[in-house]
Design a binder for this molecule. Structure first.
Ligand SMILES: [Zn+2]
Length: 127
């Protein structure tokens, strides 16, 4: 997405559905993060992890790097998502997309940051 965009939902029933979906996505993200972290922890508890020729170590370390990469991807996607505002952490607000930072902010935080950046002489950061 390349343009600034605000999504506003006025119907209270639709807002409730949206908030419920955001809550579900937050729970799904937390569950996936926990699953990956558990998998990573199990790697280091394998017997023979510190074997003399380091074959297991190298193999397990490669797997750990793969899991770290999955965690980073998950974290990046979560933080760039529309699920919550990265400033106030609220999940029940209408959101505005900032194409510069590639993130969604609630309208209030977006406007606050925009005013701040304009005063700092960097209006291009919040179009
Ligand atoms: Zn906010």
């Amino acid at each position: 997405m390349k343009k600034k965009r605000t999504i506003t939902i006025r119907d209270p029933r639709l807002r409730k559905v949206r908030n419920g979906l955001r809550n579900l996505l937050m729970l799904a993200e937390a569950a996936e993060e926990k699953r990956i972290l558990n998998k990573k922890q199990k790697l280091y508890n394998v017997d023979g992890f510190w074997d003399e020729d380091h074959i297991n170590y190298k193999k397990l370390n490669r797997e750990a790097r793969k899991l770290n990469s999955q965690l980073n991807s998950l974290s990046y996607a979560y933080n760039a998502s529309i699920i919550f505002c990265p400033v106030c952490r609220e999940i029940d607000k209408d959101m505005t997309y900032n194409p510069v930072s590639n993130k969604w902010f609630c309208i209030e935080c977006y406007n606050f940051n925009q005013d701040f950046e304009i005063r700092q002489g960097r209006p291009e950061l919040y179009p």
